[in-house]
Design a protein around this ligand. Structure first.
Ligand code: ARG
Length: 408
């Protein structure tokens, strides 16, 4: 075993209760001779947090801090991402990526509160999450030590970790042959497993956590209405809802219809491509409804400009640079653009499908008088010819010049 590079007295360790972070507790104690405090944030992963706290203590932590971060996660991270229409590479609603800056921020805050000199996380060397945790920590507390045991230790397989845990008599998660690595919160779920590393292979049917197989949906189709205020969902079917209830309700409802399954190959920050399987039932409905509302409430230039900005915003979230200055600047633009994005969108749910059937807003820019082909048309048809003459003028000029140059 290699000697530690730096001495740390007290380390605050991000703890999920899973195998990696359970093994981290004795490993950090042995290799750094430090006192370990664990930190667990509830982002709506649906785990029993008091059991997790007890497990951390039983595994050797001197203190186990647990926070309910759900409201903060939704209001300070998810809603800004909705307003920005932030979807990575056109498919991934970024639930894991959005959770990391908040967890890392709290990790650093707890470390400062407890007088710790380092934080530790259980991310692997190949993933994006290590980048997100560490960039956040460096941006918020540049003096803080950072340890990533999975990049250092010689426990290369799950079996190595289990043996290590058994030898130290620490409780290991009781898993009944569950080959999937799952990261879940209230915005969605990421599922990884060996089988899916083969790009041609369909994800196994038991891999899905939040959505029903669309081919097994027997429910009648139904419509729901999503209500928005200033770019943020506030209610369903006209009933205002608390943000946690709203997301829980939409996850269940869309999940029952098998809506929100995503299977994609994405480009990781660390340079490799990876196959990712996600479920995001509520996020799917909310993003589609939000964009629909922008279609009627934003003018053409702002709507299209914002589509470019959305990609930049998504990349910022994906790359873990949430606490950098560019996100602040883009956020100001986004917030300003959402002043009129209020109203409602009607969606029809059927097996595996969500389809928009109606939209309306007190700030709608849609003018039926201008759009109609029936009676009541207010569009000045005589203005169209002059408009096209000038709009096409430069193309016409090019064509004429080319002809002349070619001596015709
Ligand atoms: N590829 C996704 C991302 O980078 C999901 C990562 C899932 N993380 C995990 N620890 N299982 O955002």
């Amino acid at each position: 075993m290699s000697a530690p590079k730096t001495e740390y007295k007290k380390i605050v360790c991000a703890y999920s209760g899973g195998l990696d972070t359970s093994v981290m507790i004795p490993w950090l104690k042995e290799h750094y001779g430090a006192e370990i405090i664990t930190y667990t944030g509830d982002l709506g992963q649906g785990e029993d947090l008091s059991a997790i706290r007890q497990k951390a203590i039983d595994t050797g932590a001197s203190e186990a801090v647990v926070d309910d971060l759900r409201e903060r996660f939704i209001n300070e991270f998810l809603w800004p991402s909705v307003k920005a229409s932030a979807i990575y590479e056109g498919m991934y609603p970024l639930h894991t990526a959005l959770g990391r800056p908040l967890l890392s921020q709290r990790l650093v805050e707890v470390a400062i509160d407890y007088g710790a000199d380092a934080i530790a996380h259980g991310c692997t060397a190949k993933g994006n999450d290590q980048v997100r945790f560490e960039v956040t920590a460096k941006a918020l507390a540049p003096q803080m030590g950072i340890i990533a045991p999975l990049r250092e230790w010689e426990l290369h397989t799950r079996e190595d970790e289990v043996d290590y845990a058994i030898a130290r008599n620490i409780p290991i998660p009781i898993t009944k042959e569950k080959p999937y690595s799952i990261d879940q919160n209230i915005w969605g779920c990421a599922i990884e497993c060996g089988e899916m590393e083969e790009l041609w292979a369909e994800p196994p049917s038991d891999a899905w956590m939040m959505t029903k197989d669309p081919s097994h949906v027997t429910l009648e189709t139904r419509e729901i209405i999503l209500n928005f205020e200033k770019g943020v969902p506030v209610g369903v079917d006209g009933k205002m809802m608390d943000c946690i209830d709203l997301l829980t309700h939409l996850n269940e409802l869309a999940g029952e219809y098998g809506v929100g399954r995503i299977d994609m190959v994405e480009n990781r920050v660390v340079g490799l491509k990876s196959r990712e399987v996600y479920e995001a039932p509520a996020a799917t409905l909310i993003h589609m409804a939000h964009t629909e509302l922008e279609r009627i409430t934003l003018d053409r230039e702002t709507f299209n400009y914002k589509r470019h900005l959305s990609q930049d915003f998504a990349n910022i979230i994906y790359d873990g640079t949430w606490f950098g200055p560019l996100r602040d600047c883009l956020q100001a633009f986004v917030d300003h653009s959402q002043q009129t994005v209020s109203g409602e969108v009607r969606i029809r749910l059927s097996a595996g499908l969500a389809r928009i059937t109606g939209r309306r807003s007190p700030f709608s820019l849609y003018d039926e008088g201008l759009a109609t082909y029936s009676d009541g048309d207010t569009f000045d048809r005589s203005a169209a010819k002059g408009f096209i003459d000038l709009f096409a003028l430069s193309y016409q000029t090019v064509a004429q010049a080319r002809r002349k140059q070619q001596g015709e």
